[in-house]
Design a protein around this ligand. Structure first.
Ligand SMILES: Cc1cc2nc3c(=O)[nH]c(=O)nc-3n(C[C@H](O)[C@H](O)[C@H](O)COP(=O)(O)O)c2cc1C
Length: 172
């Protein structure tokens, strides 16, 4: 068994290294229209419920994105395609014009990133504080899916799922 190096002086570093073992899809979560638009890279988006159709994600409690959310407000989920790793880096960098160098359009009163693998327009349902993050839930209203391979973040690197061999299927 391999364990992340224990570092008593920096338990955060040990935990971050543990959490980096969990592969995640990479989504740009977007809110707002016009000059109010905002977006951030999020790896914690997950499927939560079928009825009603709910997604969830966790955001650190001091995040700018969180401050732009209201119950019932539109929220967009742009699941990135493998070749869009530059966009993932850009939308996780503080203090830059994230939309400036990005091809995007306005749809469903939300910024939509061009050529994302999946576009979901949703509405914020609620949130709950858990630890140092807020767990946000959102109800899916509209979705579009393109062909292609998703961008995956694993062990602090961006990867393409297309490079991985399928080892089994579960069609349920
Ligand atoms: C691949 C990747 C996944 C990330 N996932 C999350 C996440 O799930 N929650 C979070 O709070 N920050 C996450 N981040 C960091 C945010 O993108 C970054 O802190 C960003 O500036 C959001 O903060 P803001 O809302 O203040 O702009 C991730 C960054 C990367 C590169």
């Amino acid at each position: 068994m391999v364990t992340p190096a224990k570092d008593a002086a920096s338990p955060d570093a040990t935990l971050k290294s543990l959490f980096a073992q969990i592969p995640t899809a990479v989504t740009i979560v977007t809110v707002g229209t016009g000059g109010e638009r905002y977006g951030a890279t999020v790896g914690s988006v997950g499927a939560l419920s079928l009825d009603p159709p709910l997604l969830m994600f966790a955001m650190k409690e001091d995040s700018t994105l969180l401050r732009r959310l209201d119950v019932g407000s539109p929220i967009g989920f742009n699941l990135l395609a493998a070749r869009q790793h530059d966009i993932a880096r850009r939308f996780s960098t503080p203090g830059i014009d994230r939309f400036g160098l990005t091809h995007w359009c306005e749809e469903n009163d939300l910024p939509r990133i061009d050529d994302a693998l999946v576009w979901i327009a949703a509405r914020v349902r609620d949130w709950v504080r858990l630890g140092d993050h807020m767990l946000v839930t959102a109800e899916v209203k509209h979705a579009e899916i393109e062909a292609g391979a998703p961008l995956v973040y694993w062990r602090r690197e961006f990867r393409s799922l297309a490079e991985y061999e399928m080892v089994g299927s579960d069609s349920r």
